[in-house]
Design a protein around this ligand. Structure first.
Ligand code: PLP
Length: 283
């Protein structure tokens, strides 16, 4: 695997960063994950825009122009021996000594990137759906920032693994926010319903695509607050993310969602998403 660190590409195992890096000491940094299909980055512009928004939100000057970022990503993609990839980009506020939470002046950001093979979501999961559990959302008030400090997400996600489930759905003050590593949609009363972007969730690139596809194909859609009891009573629940695409959640906390199988609107949306993906694989 060829990775990238501060201006150079090298085998992943040969790269290292300082133990004084603020990413390591404080979780002081942001990241992106960009799916790549047949060597074409999917929604690259949107991912780079979200990255620059995350950097702005933490007061760290973007070390690269969008064209430089695109070049960095292209260089990484062409160096991998596989076609479908998950490209990870991370920028931290860099090393600083003495240890001090306040920003170093000037910062020397650490830019790190690598690519993993991206397997398609297993057909069995698409066919049969996945289980989810729920937990109170105890994260901070700026979940719209794609920050590397992910401890609350890590604990929530592990809780689902411990329960033999694929995701943990988070509720704050009786309202749906998102999953530990995904956005959540429900189908209730024949409508697709999902929370509006806010500081309580990360606005997923996949979330945006699903909304676009619902509009394009004339599927009824409401973007609004979603109450916990609506989720528990929903006919369908979906999770969306760059790596999992769209999966139906067929049990929540051990209780069947709707008929306990992926629903008809899920099947339509999954089909639309696959068509859309294929359309974007060509230059
Ligand atoms: N919400 C959280 C907390 C995430 O970590 C992710 C990323 O996987 C998402 C939502 C979905 O975002 P995207 O569709 O851009 O992958």
């Amino acid at each position: 695997l060829t990775a990238y660190l501060n201006g150079r590409y090298a085998p992943l195992g040969e790269l290292s960063v300082s133990v004084l890096d603020r990413g390591f000491l404080f979780g002081d940094g942001v990241y992106e994950v960009i799916p790549v299909y047949s060597r074409h980055p999917f929604r690259l512009e949107e991912h780079l825009k979200r990255l620059s928004g995350s950097l702005a939100a933490i007061g760290l000057a973007d070390p690269h122009t969008p064209a430089q970022w695109a070049g960095l990503v292209a260089g990484l993609i062409e160096r991998q021996p596989f076609d479908d990839q998950s490209v990870y980009l991370q920028v931290t506020r860099g090393p600083a000594y003495p240890r001090n939470q306040a920003f170093p002046e000037p910062p020397q950001p650490t830019v790190f990137a690598f690519a993993d093979p991206l397997p398609a979501p297993p057909a069995a999961l698409v066919e049969h759906g996945v289980a989810a559990i729920s937990q109170p959302d105890v994260r901070w008030g700026r979940c719209n920032v794609k920050a590397i400090s992910l401890l609350a997400n890590v604990l929530a996600r592990q809780a689902s693994v411990d329960a033999g489930a694929a995701e943990t759905i988070l509720f704050r003050d009786g309202l749906l926010t998102e999953g530990a590593a995904s956005n959540i949609f429900v189908v209730a009363g024949g409508r697709i319903v999902t929370p509006a972007p806010s500081t309580r969730m990360l606005t997923g690139i996949t979330y945006d695509v699903v909304i676009e596809l619902a509009r394009l194909h004339g599927l009824p859609l409401q973007i609004r607050e979603v109450h916990e009891d609506e989720v528990r009573g929903a006919d369908e629940i979906w999770l969306t993310s760059s790596s999992k695409e769209i999966l139906a959640i067929v049990t929540l906390d051990g209780t069947a969602v709707g008929n306990g199988v992926p629903g008809p609107i899920y099947r339509q949306m999954h089909h639309h998403y696959q068509q859309f993906k294929v359309g974007r694989m060509r230059p």
